[in-house]
Write a protein of this length. Structure first.
Length: 173
């Protein structure tokens, strides 16, 4: 996916202060007559289907705060990449929690589904066989990892497969 270009870096740095240790943006300059925002935290929470994100409005356009943070800190507008929140907390925009990722890598580090009953992604109870099963998707193909009598063995199989196939972008449920 290609994202819309971010404003020029120099312009952003004139308007906003980004604290990489807290992930918080603060207004340092106002546009137009709204000087009351100077010194205040920038952005607002916007709820999405799966999470909540911080958006910051500049000149009538909305930008995702984590994309602005990466851009301001690294000086790179990540137009064709996602920015992954390593800890999966979409409100944590500290720079050490943000990393460039492909869409596939970012999806591998996603939150557990609300429909999950085992507590671990890729592990479920097979009622008909009365066994725990583990699986993982690799390049859009579901790979069966095994059928187990105890849940811990199924979880271990899933974790080993995540390390093998997903590397640093594996989920950490």
């Amino acid at each position: 996916m290609k994202y819309k270009p971010l404003p020029p870096l120099e312009e952003l740095k004139e308007l906003l202060d980004y604290n990489p240790d807290t992930g918080i943006f603060t207004w340092i300059k106002a546009r137009g007559r709204n000087s009351s925002i100077i010194g205040k935290e920038a952005g607002y929470l916007q709820k999405y289907e799966r999470d909540t994100r911080i958006r910051i409005g500049i000149d009538g356009k909305l930008y995702l705060a984590h994309r602005l943070a990466y851009y301001i800190y690294h000086g790179i507008d990540p137009l064709e990449k996602d920015i992954d929140h390593e800890d999966r907390n979409s409100l944590n925009n500290k720079i050490d929690n943000l990393r460039l990722a492909t869409r596939k890598e970012n999806s591998r580090n996603s939150k557990i589904s609300k429909n999950n009953t085992s507590g671990v992604t890729g592990v479920h109870w097979n009622k008909s066989h009365k066994r725990w099963e583990a699986a993982i998707k690799v390049s859009y193909v579901k790979k069966h990892l095994g059928s187990f009598t105890n849940k811990e063995d199924a979880i271990k199989a899933r974790e080993e497969a995540e390390i093998k196939y997903y590397g640093d972008f594996r989920s950490r449920d």
